[in-house]
Ligand binder design. Structure first.
Ligand code: FRU
Length: 516
Protein backbone atom coordinates (compact mmCIF):
# COMPACT_ATOMS: atom_id res chain seq x y z
CA UNK A 1 0.00 0.00 0.00
CA UNK A 2 1.43 3.33 -1.11
CA UNK A 3 0.91 5.41 2.03
CA UNK A 4 2.35 2.72 4.20
CA UNK A 5 5.46 2.62 2.02
CA UNK A 6 5.82 6.37 2.35
CA UNK A 7 5.70 6.09 6.12
CA UNK A 8 8.14 3.18 6.08
CA UNK A 9 10.63 5.27 4.14
CA UNK A 10 9.92 8.17 6.47
CA UNK A 11 10.78 6.09 9.50
CA UNK A 12 13.97 4.73 7.98
CA UNK A 13 15.02 8.24 6.98
CA UNK A 14 14.20 9.42 10.48
CA UNK A 15 16.72 7.15 12.12
CA UNK A 16 19.46 8.02 9.68
CA UNK A 17 18.76 11.67 10.25
CA UNK A 18 18.74 11.23 14.00
CA UNK A 19 22.16 9.75 14.02
CA UNK A 20 23.61 12.24 11.53
CA UNK A 21 22.02 15.17 13.36
CA UNK A 22 23.50 14.14 16.64
CA UNK A 23 27.00 13.54 15.49
CA UNK A 24 27.29 16.99 13.96
CA UNK A 25 28.54 18.73 17.03
CA UNK A 26 25.25 19.29 18.75
CA UNK A 27 26.20 20.20 22.28
CA UNK A 28 22.79 20.04 23.90
CA UNK A 29 22.78 18.33 27.27
CA UNK A 30 19.96 16.10 26.08
CA UNK A 31 21.86 14.79 23.07
CA UNK A 32 25.02 13.63 24.78
CA UNK A 33 23.95 10.13 25.52
CA UNK A 34 22.97 9.37 21.94
CA UNK A 35 26.43 10.27 20.71
CA UNK A 36 27.75 7.44 22.89
CA UNK A 37 24.94 5.12 21.93
CA UNK A 38 26.43 1.86 20.71
CA UNK A 39 23.11 0.51 19.53
CA UNK A 40 22.45 2.14 16.20
CA UNK A 41 19.96 -0.29 14.81
CA UNK A 42 17.41 -0.23 12.06
CA UNK A 43 14.23 1.55 13.10
CA UNK A 44 11.08 -0.42 13.60
CA UNK A 45 8.56 -0.80 10.84
CA UNK A 46 5.30 0.38 12.36
CA UNK A 47 3.28 -1.51 9.77
CA UNK A 48 2.35 -4.81 11.33
CA UNK A 49 0.30 -7.77 10.31
CA UNK A 50 -3.26 -6.88 9.52
CA UNK A 51 -4.96 -9.88 11.14
CA UNK A 52 -8.03 -8.90 13.13
CA UNK A 53 -7.32 -9.17 16.85
CA UNK A 54 -9.50 -10.81 19.49
CA UNK A 55 -11.62 -9.12 22.19
CA UNK A 56 -10.07 -8.05 25.49
CA UNK A 57 -10.76 -7.90 29.21
CA UNK A 58 -8.01 -5.30 29.64
CA UNK A 59 -5.82 -7.42 31.88
CA UNK A 60 -3.22 -8.81 29.50
CA UNK A 61 0.48 -8.49 30.30
CA UNK A 62 1.54 -4.81 29.93
CA UNK A 63 -2.07 -3.59 29.51
CA UNK A 64 -2.25 -0.04 30.91
CA UNK A 65 -4.74 0.18 33.77
CA UNK A 66 -5.07 3.99 33.99
CA UNK A 67 -4.24 5.01 30.43
CA UNK A 68 -6.50 4.84 27.40
CA UNK A 69 -5.94 1.97 25.00
CA UNK A 70 -8.42 0.53 22.50
CA UNK A 71 -9.58 -3.02 23.21
CA UNK A 72 -7.62 -4.17 20.20
CA UNK A 73 -5.57 -2.82 17.29
CA UNK A 74 -3.15 -0.03 16.60
CA UNK A 75 -3.50 3.63 17.59
CA UNK A 76 -1.29 6.68 17.19
CA UNK A 77 -2.02 10.43 17.42
CA UNK A 78 -4.99 11.79 19.38
CA UNK A 79 -7.29 13.58 16.90
CA UNK A 80 -10.37 15.80 17.04
CA UNK A 81 -10.22 16.38 20.80
CA UNK A 82 -13.38 18.30 21.64
CA UNK A 83 -15.69 18.83 24.63
CA UNK A 84 -19.44 18.92 24.00
CA UNK A 85 -22.39 18.77 26.42
CA UNK A 86 -20.43 17.28 29.31
CA UNK A 87 -18.57 14.72 27.20
CA UNK A 88 -14.90 14.73 26.23
CA UNK A 89 -14.45 13.22 22.79
CA UNK A 90 -11.15 11.70 21.82
CA UNK A 91 -10.73 10.54 18.24
CA UNK A 92 -7.41 9.02 17.28
CA UNK A 93 -5.43 7.47 14.45
CA UNK A 94 -6.63 3.88 14.36
CA UNK A 95 -6.16 0.77 12.27
CA UNK A 96 -9.49 -1.10 12.41
CA UNK A 97 -7.84 -4.15 10.87
CA UNK A 98 -4.74 -4.90 12.89
CA UNK A 99 -2.22 -3.85 15.50
CA UNK A 100 0.31 -2.34 13.10
CA UNK A 101 0.08 1.12 11.47
CA UNK A 102 -2.16 1.12 8.39
CA UNK A 103 -5.72 1.68 7.10
CA UNK A 104 -5.68 4.98 8.91
CA UNK A 105 -9.09 5.90 10.26
CA UNK A 106 -10.43 7.90 13.19
CA UNK A 107 -11.19 5.66 16.17
CA UNK A 108 -13.31 7.23 18.89
CA UNK A 109 -13.63 7.15 22.67
CA UNK A 110 -15.69 9.27 25.08
CA UNK A 111 -15.36 10.24 28.72
CA UNK A 112 -17.07 12.51 31.21
CA UNK A 113 -13.97 12.89 33.42
CA UNK A 114 -10.95 12.46 31.08
CA UNK A 115 -9.97 9.37 33.07
CA UNK A 116 -12.58 6.66 32.37
CA UNK A 117 -13.01 6.12 28.63
CA UNK A 118 -15.57 4.22 26.65
CA UNK A 119 -14.57 3.04 23.21
CA UNK A 120 -17.06 4.00 20.48
CA UNK A 121 -17.53 2.79 16.90
CA UNK A 122 -14.95 3.97 14.37
CA UNK A 123 -15.90 7.50 13.27
CA UNK A 124 -14.22 8.00 9.89
CA UNK A 125 -12.62 5.58 7.45
CA UNK A 126 -10.88 6.18 4.13
CA UNK A 127 -12.71 7.51 1.07
CA UNK A 128 -11.75 8.32 -2.53
CA UNK A 129 -9.44 11.12 -1.31
CA UNK A 130 -7.42 8.70 0.80
CA UNK A 131 -6.81 7.55 4.34
CA UNK A 132 -7.90 9.72 7.28
CA UNK A 133 -4.83 11.24 8.90
CA UNK A 134 -4.68 13.52 11.93
CA UNK A 135 -6.81 16.61 12.49
CA UNK A 136 -9.09 18.41 14.90
CA UNK A 137 -12.74 19.08 15.74
CA UNK A 138 -14.51 22.33 16.61
CA UNK A 139 -18.03 23.08 17.76
CA UNK A 140 -19.61 25.50 15.30
CA UNK A 141 -21.79 27.37 17.82
CA UNK A 142 -22.95 30.03 15.36
CA UNK A 143 -23.49 27.73 12.40
CA UNK A 144 -20.87 29.51 10.30
CA UNK A 145 -20.59 26.45 8.04
CA UNK A 146 -24.31 25.90 7.61
CA UNK A 147 -24.16 22.34 8.94
CA UNK A 148 -26.33 23.35 11.93
CA UNK A 149 -25.77 25.28 15.16
CA UNK A 150 -23.41 23.38 17.46
CA UNK A 151 -22.41 20.94 14.74
CA UNK A 152 -19.20 19.09 15.55
CA UNK A 153 -16.97 19.80 12.58
CA UNK A 154 -13.92 17.62 11.91
CA UNK A 155 -11.03 18.92 9.81
CA UNK A 156 -8.56 16.21 8.87
CA UNK A 157 -5.94 15.33 6.33
CA UNK A 158 -6.97 13.14 3.42
CA UNK A 159 -3.80 11.20 2.69
CA UNK A 160 -4.13 10.10 -0.92
CA UNK A 161 -3.20 6.50 -1.57
CA UNK A 162 -3.95 5.59 -5.17
CA UNK A 163 -4.75 7.06 -8.58
CA UNK A 164 -4.94 10.84 -9.01
CA UNK A 165 -4.59 11.57 -5.32
CA UNK A 166 -1.63 9.27 -4.57
CA UNK A 167 0.91 11.03 -2.35
CA UNK A 168 -1.26 14.14 -1.87
CA UNK A 169 -2.05 15.38 1.61
CA UNK A 170 -5.17 17.57 1.32
CA UNK A 171 -7.48 18.94 3.99
CA UNK A 172 -11.06 17.75 4.28
CA UNK A 173 -14.17 18.40 6.35
CA UNK A 174 -16.79 16.11 7.89
CA UNK A 175 -19.49 17.06 10.37
CA UNK A 176 -21.68 15.47 12.98
CA UNK A 177 -25.04 16.75 14.18
CA UNK A 178 -25.60 13.86 16.63
CA UNK A 179 -22.81 14.62 19.10
CA UNK A 180 -20.04 12.72 17.33
CA UNK A 181 -21.94 9.45 16.77
CA UNK A 182 -22.01 9.73 12.98
CA UNK A 183 -20.21 11.99 10.51
CA UNK A 184 -21.20 13.22 7.07
CA UNK A 185 -18.47 14.24 4.66
CA UNK A 186 -18.69 17.72 3.15
CA UNK A 187 -19.53 17.36 -0.54
CA UNK A 188 -16.78 19.67 -1.83
CA UNK A 189 -13.74 18.11 -0.21
CA UNK A 190 -10.87 18.77 -0.20
CA UNK A 191 -11.28 22.25 1.29
CA UNK A 192 -7.54 22.84 0.86
CA UNK A 193 -6.14 21.09 -2.19
CA UNK A 194 -2.44 20.22 -2.25
CA UNK A 195 -0.03 18.29 -4.43
CA UNK A 196 2.53 16.88 -2.06
CA UNK A 197 2.78 14.86 1.14
CA UNK A 198 4.08 17.73 3.29
CA UNK A 199 0.89 19.41 4.52
CA UNK A 200 -1.11 17.83 7.27
CA UNK A 201 -2.68 17.61 10.71
CA UNK A 202 -5.02 20.68 10.68
CA UNK A 203 -5.68 22.21 14.09
CA UNK A 204 -8.52 24.73 13.96
CA UNK A 205 -9.77 27.29 16.49
CA UNK A 206 -11.96 30.38 16.58
CA UNK A 207 -9.92 33.60 16.79
CA UNK A 208 -12.06 36.00 18.77
CA UNK A 209 -10.27 39.25 17.89
CA UNK A 210 -10.62 38.80 14.10
CA UNK A 211 -13.87 36.77 14.22
CA UNK A 212 -12.36 34.08 12.01
CA UNK A 213 -11.49 30.44 12.12
CA UNK A 214 -7.75 29.83 12.04
CA UNK A 215 -6.13 26.62 10.83
CA UNK A 216 -2.52 25.70 11.49
CA UNK A 217 -0.98 22.94 9.40
CA UNK A 218 2.38 21.20 9.70
CA UNK A 219 4.71 21.06 6.71
CA UNK A 220 6.21 17.62 7.41
CA UNK A 221 9.70 17.27 5.94
CA UNK A 222 9.44 20.88 4.65
CA UNK A 223 9.62 21.85 8.37
CA UNK A 224 7.35 24.70 9.36
CA UNK A 225 3.66 25.62 9.60
CA UNK A 226 1.12 27.13 7.24
CA UNK A 227 -1.67 29.31 8.63
CA UNK A 228 -5.04 29.66 6.93
CA UNK A 229 -8.16 31.62 7.90
CA UNK A 230 -11.83 31.10 7.12
CA UNK A 231 -15.23 32.57 7.91
CA UNK A 232 -17.11 29.30 7.37
CA UNK A 233 -14.74 26.32 7.83
CA UNK A 234 -15.17 25.50 4.14
CA UNK A 235 -13.41 28.32 2.25
CA UNK A 236 -9.85 28.81 3.43
CA UNK A 237 -7.44 31.58 2.60
CA UNK A 238 -3.69 31.28 3.07
CA UNK A 239 -2.59 33.74 5.78
CA UNK A 240 1.11 33.12 6.54
CA UNK A 241 3.97 30.66 6.76
CA UNK A 242 6.06 30.08 9.87
CA UNK A 243 9.46 28.49 9.55
CA UNK A 244 12.24 28.31 12.09
CA UNK A 245 15.63 27.08 11.11
CA UNK A 246 17.42 24.68 13.42
CA UNK A 247 20.83 24.37 11.75
CA UNK A 248 21.82 21.38 13.90
CA UNK A 249 18.72 19.45 13.00
CA UNK A 250 18.64 19.24 9.22
CA UNK A 251 16.69 16.02 8.84
CA UNK A 252 13.50 16.11 10.83
CA UNK A 253 9.89 16.82 10.13
CA UNK A 254 7.20 18.88 11.84
CA UNK A 255 3.85 17.29 12.60
CA UNK A 256 0.67 17.81 14.65
CA UNK A 257 0.72 21.55 15.48
CA UNK A 258 -1.50 23.31 18.00
CA UNK A 259 -1.73 27.03 18.78
CA UNK A 260 -2.94 28.13 22.21
CA UNK A 261 -3.63 31.49 23.73
CA UNK A 262 -2.25 31.49 27.27
CA UNK A 263 -2.70 34.85 29.01
CA UNK A 264 -1.04 37.51 26.87
CA UNK A 265 1.12 34.97 25.02
CA UNK A 266 0.52 32.38 22.31
CA UNK A 267 2.12 28.95 22.47
CA UNK A 268 2.76 26.94 19.31
CA UNK A 269 3.06 23.23 20.09
CA UNK A 270 4.74 20.94 17.59
CA UNK A 271 5.78 17.36 17.30
CA UNK A 272 9.10 16.64 15.63
CA UNK A 273 10.34 13.36 14.32
CA UNK A 274 13.11 12.31 14.42
CA UNK A 275 15.36 14.35 16.71
CA UNK A 276 13.15 14.77 19.71
CA UNK A 277 14.97 15.41 23.00
CA UNK A 278 16.89 12.15 22.65
CA UNK A 279 15.95 9.71 19.89
CA UNK A 280 13.05 9.68 17.49
CA UNK A 281 9.84 11.49 18.35
CA UNK A 282 9.42 14.45 20.68
CA UNK A 283 7.45 17.61 21.26
CA UNK A 284 8.69 21.19 21.29
CA UNK A 285 7.02 24.57 21.68
CA UNK A 286 7.45 28.20 20.74
CA UNK A 287 6.17 31.15 22.78
CA UNK A 288 5.21 34.40 21.05
CA UNK A 289 2.42 36.45 19.57
CA UNK A 290 -0.32 35.70 17.08
CA UNK A 291 -2.33 38.48 15.44
CA UNK A 292 -4.90 36.35 13.65
CA UNK A 293 -2.69 35.71 10.64
CA UNK A 294 0.96 35.52 11.68
CA UNK A 295 2.83 33.83 14.53
CA UNK A 296 5.92 35.69 15.76
CA UNK A 297 8.08 33.82 18.26
CA UNK A 298 9.75 35.58 21.18
CA UNK A 299 13.54 35.44 21.09
CA UNK A 300 14.16 32.37 23.26
CA UNK A 301 16.61 29.52 23.19
CA UNK A 302 14.72 27.03 20.97
CA UNK A 303 13.94 24.20 20.86
CA UNK A 304 12.06 24.26 24.14
CA UNK A 305 11.14 20.64 24.85
CA UNK A 306 7.76 19.79 26.25
CA UNK A 307 8.78 16.39 27.62
CA UNK A 308 12.23 14.92 28.17
CA UNK A 309 11.22 11.26 27.97
CA UNK A 310 10.95 9.05 24.92
CA UNK A 311 7.19 8.60 24.77
CA UNK A 312 5.08 11.71 24.47
CA UNK A 313 4.26 12.56 20.87
CA UNK A 314 1.56 14.22 18.76
CA UNK A 315 0.03 15.86 21.83
CA UNK A 316 -2.74 18.37 21.14
CA UNK A 317 -5.37 20.09 23.28
CA UNK A 318 -9.11 19.80 23.63
CA UNK A 319 -11.26 22.34 21.87
CA UNK A 320 -14.18 24.08 23.64
CA UNK A 321 -12.81 23.85 27.20
CA UNK A 322 -12.54 27.61 27.83
CA UNK A 323 -9.38 28.61 29.63
CA UNK A 324 -8.53 25.06 30.66
CA UNK A 325 -5.86 23.84 28.28
CA UNK A 326 -6.07 20.05 28.36
CA UNK A 327 -3.60 17.97 26.41
CA UNK A 328 -3.13 14.29 25.75
CA UNK A 329 -0.32 12.70 23.75
CA UNK A 330 0.45 9.40 22.06
CA UNK A 331 2.64 7.49 24.52
CA UNK A 332 5.04 6.00 22.01
CA UNK A 333 7.87 6.83 19.65
CA UNK A 334 8.13 6.21 15.90
CA UNK A 335 11.61 4.72 16.47
CA UNK A 336 10.13 1.55 17.92
CA UNK A 337 6.35 1.90 18.02
CA UNK A 338 5.82 -0.97 15.60
CA UNK A 339 7.71 -3.37 17.87
CA UNK A 340 6.39 -2.62 21.35
CA UNK A 341 5.28 -5.97 22.74
CA UNK A 342 1.54 -5.32 23.12
CA UNK A 343 -1.31 -7.41 21.83
CA UNK A 344 -4.13 -7.35 20.89
CA UNK A 345 -3.76 -3.55 21.15
CA UNK A 346 -0.72 -1.47 20.34
CA UNK A 347 -0.06 1.94 21.92
CA UNK A 348 -1.64 3.97 24.69
CA UNK A 349 -2.30 7.65 25.30
CA UNK A 350 -0.46 9.57 28.04
CA UNK A 351 -2.34 10.65 31.13
CA UNK A 352 -4.34 13.79 30.28
CA UNK A 353 -2.51 16.91 31.41
CA UNK A 354 -3.40 20.52 32.08
CA UNK A 355 -1.01 23.06 30.57
CA UNK A 356 0.03 26.36 32.10
CA UNK A 357 2.52 28.99 31.04
CA UNK A 358 4.61 30.21 33.96
CA UNK A 359 7.58 32.47 34.30
CA UNK A 360 10.79 31.10 35.78
CA UNK A 361 13.81 33.37 36.08
CA UNK A 362 12.26 35.68 33.50
CA UNK A 363 11.65 32.90 30.98
CA UNK A 364 8.34 31.28 30.00
CA UNK A 365 8.00 27.58 30.80
CA UNK A 366 5.04 25.47 29.70
CA UNK A 367 4.07 23.26 32.64
CA UNK A 368 2.07 20.03 32.60
CA UNK A 369 0.18 18.57 35.52
CA UNK A 370 -2.00 15.48 35.46
CA UNK A 371 -5.64 16.65 35.41
CA UNK A 372 -7.29 17.04 38.80
CA UNK A 373 -9.89 14.42 37.78
CA UNK A 374 -7.23 11.81 38.62
CA UNK A 375 -8.55 12.20 42.20
CA UNK A 376 -11.57 10.10 41.07
CA UNK A 377 -9.39 6.99 41.03
CA UNK A 378 -6.89 7.89 43.77
CA UNK A 379 -6.78 6.18 47.19
CA UNK A 380 -5.26 7.51 50.43
CA UNK A 381 -1.67 8.69 50.67
CA UNK A 382 0.59 6.40 52.75
CA UNK A 383 4.28 6.62 53.64
CA UNK A 384 6.12 4.75 50.86
CA UNK A 385 8.71 2.02 50.59
CA UNK A 386 10.65 -0.01 50.29
CA UNK A 387 7.79 -2.49 49.66
CA UNK A 388 4.82 -0.89 47.88
CA UNK A 389 1.41 -2.45 48.32
CA UNK A 390 0.21 -1.69 44.81
CA UNK A 391 -1.78 -3.45 42.12
CA UNK A 392 -3.20 -1.59 39.12
CA UNK A 393 -1.21 1.63 39.13
CA UNK A 394 0.01 4.24 41.63
CA UNK A 395 1.36 7.71 42.23
CA UNK A 396 4.51 8.41 44.23
CA UNK A 397 5.26 11.81 45.69
CA UNK A 398 8.92 12.24 46.52
CA UNK A 399 10.64 15.25 48.01
CA UNK A 400 14.40 14.97 47.71
CA UNK A 401 17.04 17.34 48.99
CA UNK A 402 19.55 18.69 46.49
CA UNK A 403 22.44 18.47 49.01
CA UNK A 404 23.92 15.58 47.09
CA UNK A 405 23.25 13.09 44.29
CA UNK A 406 20.30 10.74 44.79
CA UNK A 407 19.19 7.66 42.90
CA UNK A 408 15.59 6.45 42.96
CA UNK A 409 15.02 2.87 41.86
CA UNK A 410 11.69 1.22 41.10
CA UNK A 411 11.93 -2.54 40.85
CA UNK A 412 9.99 -5.81 41.10
CA UNK A 413 10.57 -9.34 42.40
CA UNK A 414 11.94 -10.42 39.02
CA UNK A 415 14.78 -7.92 39.52
CA UNK A 416 13.59 -5.65 36.71
CA UNK A 417 14.22 -2.01 37.48
CA UNK A 418 13.86 1.53 36.26
CA UNK A 419 15.93 4.14 38.01
CA UNK A 420 16.39 7.86 37.87
CA UNK A 421 18.93 10.12 39.37
CA UNK A 422 18.73 13.61 40.79
CA UNK A 423 22.03 15.27 40.05
CA UNK A 424 22.66 18.04 42.58
CA UNK A 425 25.66 19.39 40.70
CA UNK A 426 24.00 19.44 37.25
CA UNK A 427 20.59 20.20 38.77
CA UNK A 428 19.17 17.63 36.39
CA UNK A 429 16.86 14.64 36.37
CA UNK A 430 18.58 11.74 34.63
CA UNK A 431 16.60 8.59 33.89
CA UNK A 432 17.93 5.22 32.85
CA UNK A 433 15.73 2.92 30.79
CA UNK A 434 18.32 0.18 30.50
CA UNK A 435 17.93 -3.41 29.34
CA UNK A 436 17.20 -4.24 33.00
CA UNK A 437 13.89 -2.32 32.94
CA UNK A 438 11.97 -5.32 31.59
CA UNK A 439 11.46 -6.40 28.01
CA UNK A 440 13.60 -4.18 25.77
CA UNK A 441 15.21 -6.36 23.10
CA UNK A 442 12.35 -5.86 20.65
CA UNK A 443 14.15 -2.78 19.31
CA UNK A 444 17.70 -1.50 19.82
CA UNK A 445 16.68 2.11 20.27
CA UNK A 446 14.43 1.31 23.22
CA UNK A 447 16.98 0.85 25.99
CA UNK A 448 19.40 3.63 25.14
CA UNK A 449 20.73 5.06 28.39
CA UNK A 450 20.34 8.41 30.09
CA UNK A 451 17.61 10.83 29.36
CA UNK A 452 18.38 14.15 31.02
CA UNK A 453 16.30 17.14 31.85
CA UNK A 454 17.12 20.39 33.61
CA UNK A 455 15.44 20.95 36.97
CA UNK A 456 13.72 24.30 37.28
CA UNK A 457 13.48 24.38 41.06
CA UNK A 458 14.96 27.40 42.77
CA UNK A 459 14.93 25.60 46.16
CA UNK A 460 17.41 23.19 47.59
CA UNK A 461 14.97 20.33 47.09
CA UNK A 462 12.90 18.85 44.29
CA UNK A 463 9.38 17.42 44.47
CA UNK A 464 8.51 14.64 42.06
CA UNK A 465 5.14 13.16 41.16
CA UNK A 466 5.65 9.78 39.56
CA UNK A 467 2.73 7.94 37.94
CA UNK A 468 3.47 4.25 37.49
CA UNK A 469 1.26 1.97 35.41
CA UNK A 470 1.86 -1.58 34.11
CA UNK A 471 3.94 -0.32 31.19
CA UNK A 472 4.79 3.34 31.77
CA UNK A 473 6.41 5.77 34.17
CA UNK A 474 5.50 9.47 33.92
CA UNK A 475 7.61 11.80 36.06
CA UNK A 476 6.68 15.42 36.80
CA UNK A 477 8.79 17.72 38.94
CA UNK A 478 7.83 20.85 40.86
CA UNK A 479 4.29 21.55 39.63
CA UNK A 480 4.96 20.17 36.19
CA UNK A 481 7.90 22.38 35.21
CA UNK A 482 9.48 19.23 33.83
CA UNK A 483 7.87 16.10 32.50
CA UNK A 484 9.45 12.84 31.45
CA UNK A 485 7.23 10.16 29.95
CA UNK A 486 8.53 6.67 29.29
CA UNK A 487 7.24 3.27 28.35
CA UNK A 488 8.68 0.28 30.22
CA UNK A 489 7.79 -3.39 29.91
CA UNK A 490 8.45 -5.16 33.24
CA UNK A 491 6.90 -8.64 33.66
CA UNK A 492 5.01 -7.27 36.70
CA UNK A 493 4.44 -3.72 37.92
CA UNK A 494 7.39 -2.23 39.85
CA UNK A 495 6.44 -2.58 43.50
CA UNK A 496 9.64 -1.79 45.34
CA UNK A 497 11.13 1.66 45.95
CA UNK A 498 14.71 2.52 46.95
CA UNK A 499 16.02 6.03 47.39
CA UNK A 500 19.76 6.36 47.94
CA UNK A 501 21.55 9.60 48.58
CA UNK A 502 20.19 12.81 50.06
CA UNK A 503 17.40 13.21 52.63
CA UNK A 504 14.03 12.36 51.16
CA UNK A 505 10.40 11.94 51.94
CA UNK A 506 8.19 9.48 50.03
CA UNK A 507 4.45 8.80 49.91
CA UNK A 508 2.36 6.60 47.67
CA UNK A 509 -1.31 6.31 46.80
CA UNK A 510 -3.02 3.65 44.72
CA UNK A 511 -4.73 4.56 41.44
CA UNK A 512 -7.64 2.31 40.56
CA UNK A 513 -8.07 0.62 37.22
CA UNK A 514 -10.24 2.62 34.81
CA UNK A 515 -11.73 -0.41 33.03
CA UNK A 516 -15.05 -1.93 34.07
C1 FRU B 1 2.21 11.86 13.42
C2 FRU B 1 1.66 11.47 12.06
C3 FRU B 1 0.84 12.61 11.48
C4 FRU B 1 -0.07 11.90 10.51
C5 FRU B 1 -0.35 10.62 11.25
C6 FRU B 1 -0.53 9.41 10.36
O1 FRU B 1 2.46 10.81 14.26
O2 FRU B 1 2.72 11.10 11.19
O3 FRU B 1 1.62 13.63 10.89
O4 FRU B 1 -1.23 12.63 10.25
O5 FRU B 1 0.75 10.38 12.11
O6 FRU B 1 -0.96 8.30 11.09
Amino acid sequence: MKTRNIIRTMVAACMTATIIGCSEGNTDLQYNSLIDDPQKEEPSDPSGPDEPQGPSNYDELYRPQIHYTPAKNWINDPNGLVFLDGTYHMFYQYNPEGNGWGNMSWGHATSTDLIHWEEQPVALTRDALGAVFSGSCVIDKNNTAGFGANAMVALYTSAGETGDVAGKQQQSVAYSTDGGKTFTRYANNPVIANNDDNLRDPKVFWHEATSKWVMVLAKGWARGCEFYTSADLKNWEHASTFVYDFPNRPGFQWECPDLLQMGDKWVLLLSVNPQGPLVGSGMMYFVGQFDGTTFTPDALDYPLWLDYGMDNYAGVTWSNTGNRKLMIGWMNNWSYSGDVPCSPWRSAMTLPRELQLVNINGKPVLTQTVVKEIEDIAGEWQPAGPGLDVKDAYQLRLTISLDKRSVVTLSNAAGEQFSFEISATERALIAHRTAASGKTAFNGTFSIPSMRAPLFTEDNKVTLDVFVDQSSVEIFTDDGTLSMTNLVFPSAIYNHLDIDGADSDASVRPLKRIWK
